[in-house]
Design a binder for this molecule. Structure first.
Ligand SMILES: Cc1cc2nc3c(=O)[nH]c(=O)nc-3n(C[C@H](O)[C@H](O)[C@H](O)COP(=O)(O)OP(=O)(O)OC[C@H]3O[C@@H](n4cnc5c(N)ncnc54)[C@H](O)[C@@H]3O)c2cc1C
Length: 475
């Protein structure tokens, strides 16, 4: 699409004004400098953008957004650019400018009596975890992309990850937010109170809004006690039903001491062990179709391992588990997590990955998996079925590897079948990754009229001129 000359001049005038406001070198325009901001994490989606603007403070973000409102320029907000629904990069029009938050990366405060940390939006998640650990506390949000994703992006997507079962998703960690609104004004809701019932909970409006209502510039986040003893188990089971029974047994015995309960198909384990350097199969069992990764933790120093061993004995005696055991060292534990987290990376060695992120009620998980596996078998023998996910949250990434030259035909068929099955089972087609551009049309059709209407009212009230993330999210 070619832009009109007047539009090109208007966007250039905006960029000039940004240069004056935040400094010449923080407005990028050379294609080689902007390239990384225009493509998504897996380099599957590519957008066009004449400029990338990189402010360094809340006040500078406010200036940039104010200028975008004045010059009627569309901004796409970007954190670590690890989002999986094509919501952090510009579209193909060439009229959207990327607003990167990466230079806002200070830890403003940490308080281990009040148990909170105040960080700027561009802090990398792993750095927030390290800062919390440095103060003898834990920041519990944890996901595969934690070395690159930024806290602003985590909050904007209401990220889930590996510890939701115990600590909740990103939404549950927030005490307060600082946000630049679409007109360039700053809303200071950066409080650290645990209780405040004086009206609407405004901060929660911005969490999970995918940058469509405001630009998060800083957050006050709650911290929790660091666990002292941790037990990590890798088990194999004969069927997905057994994994669900196993989950119920662990839940009854260990309650909230379970931080992760992950299910992984044997195909994904095989791919990870073959293609990720330095990675080994956690167990020798290549026959069982499903593997389970369980992590338990508590704040005492001893006693959890013995309790887990006792439980393991009972599970093997009952025939619920086929193989498996406990990580005997931190190295073994990290290997287990590498197999769990690295499947998509490994799968790229053999084809194109068709990704998904769905949720259903926990008892429906085996039903969903059986339906999709049957569909895959009937559709094409070359497809590798490799679902995995946070089963304790009812959240699965039902992924498939397809031959690169067949992705355009097979991908939509697989996702249609999956989304239909999920909808029939009363589930959600986006459990933790959001809507972005990838799911916008589908979700727009599925949401009930009244919900859609309310969302439009909110968007129109906060960003009537569509300055922020146009074309992203539900409305
Ligand atoms: C290997 C891998 C593993 C992953 N595992 C998980 C997982 O387990 N659970 C999970 O939930 N996700 C997972 N993700 C997805 C992704 O990491 C999360 O969505 C993450 O929260 C995105 O953070 P980000 O900083 O990269 O945001 P970006 O990708 O930059 O942006 C994501 C969205 O948030 C908006 N946004 C970004 N920053 C701001 C801000 N400051 N203010 C307002 N809007 C903003 C963007 O416009 C965009 O719409 C994974 C991704 C990868 C690549």
């Amino acid at each position: 699409m070619k832009l009109r000359t007047s539009e090109v001049s208007r966007i250039a005038a905006f960029a000039e004004a940004c240069r004056a406001a935040i400094g010449e070198k923080y407005v990028l325009d050379a294609p080689e400098d902007t390239a990384a901001y225009r493509s998504d994490f897996w380099r599957q989606h590519h957008g066009r953008s004449p400029y990338v603007v990189r402010p360094a403070s809340t006040e500078e973000v406010a200036k940039v957004v104010g200028l975008a409102a004045k010059f009627k320029v569309q901004l796409v907000v970007q954190g670590g650019n690890t989002g999986l629904v094509n919501g952090s990069i510009p579209d193909s029009s060439g009229r959207q400018v990327v607003l990167s938050l990466n230079r806002l990366n200070a830890v403003r405060a940490i308080d281990t009596t009040g148990d909170y940390i105040v960080v700027e939006a561009g802090c990398i998640l792993a750095d927030v975890q390290k800062a919390a650990a440095g103060g003898g506390r834990m920041f519990p949000l944890s996901l595969g992309a934690e070395g690159s994703c930024r806290i602003g992006g985590n909050l904007a997507t209401n990220a889930g990850g590996n510890n939701v079962l115990r600590y909740g998703s990103a939404r549950d960690q927030v005490l307060g937010l600082e946000v630049v609104l679409a007109d360039g004004s700053i809303w200071n809701g950066l409080q650290t109170l645990r209780k405040d019932n004086t009206g609407y909970d405004l901060k929660q409006l911005f969490v999970g809004s995918e940058g469509t209502l405001g630009v998060i510039t800083a957050a006050a986040l709650r911290l929790v006690a660091s666990p002292r003893e941790r037990v990590t188990l890798w088990l194999t089971v004969a069927g997905a039903e057994d994994a669900i029974t196993l989950f119920a047994r662990f839940r009854s015995r260990f309650g909230d001491l379970i931080s992760s309960f992950e299910l992984i198909h044997t195909n994904g384990v095989g791919l990870a062990a073959r293609h990720l350097s330095g990675t080994r199969r956690p167990v020798d069992d290549t026959e069982s179709p499903w593997h389970v990764l369980v992590e338990l933790a508590w704040t005492f120093e001893h006693g959890l391992q013995a309790r887990a061993e006792e439980m393991l004995g009972e599970l093997f005696e009952a025939g619920l588990c086929k193989d498996g055991g406990m990580a005997a060292s931190e190295q073994q534990r990290l290997n287990m997590w590498r197999v769990r987290e690295g499947q998509s990376e490994a799968a790229r060695e053999v084809g194109t990955v068709v990704r998904s992120d769905v949720s259903v009620a926990i008892p429906q998980i085996p039903v969903l998996l059986a339906r999709i596996e049957k569909f895959v078998r009937q559709l094409d023998a070359s497809i590798v079925f490799m679902p995995f996910g946070h089963v304790g949250d009812g959240n699965l990434h039902v992924n498939f590897v397809v031959p690169a030259d067949g992705a355009d035909v097979l991908g939509p068929k697989l996702l249609d079948s999956l989304f239909n099955a999920v909808t029939q089972l009363g589930g959600s087609i986006s459990a933790e990754h959001g809507v972005g551009r990838t799911k916008r049309t589908r979700i727009g059709k599925m949401k009930a009229g009244a919900s859609l209407q309310l969302m439009k009212l909110i968007k129109n009230a906060l960003d009537p001129n569509r300055v922020l993330n146009a074309g992203i999210g539900v409305v």
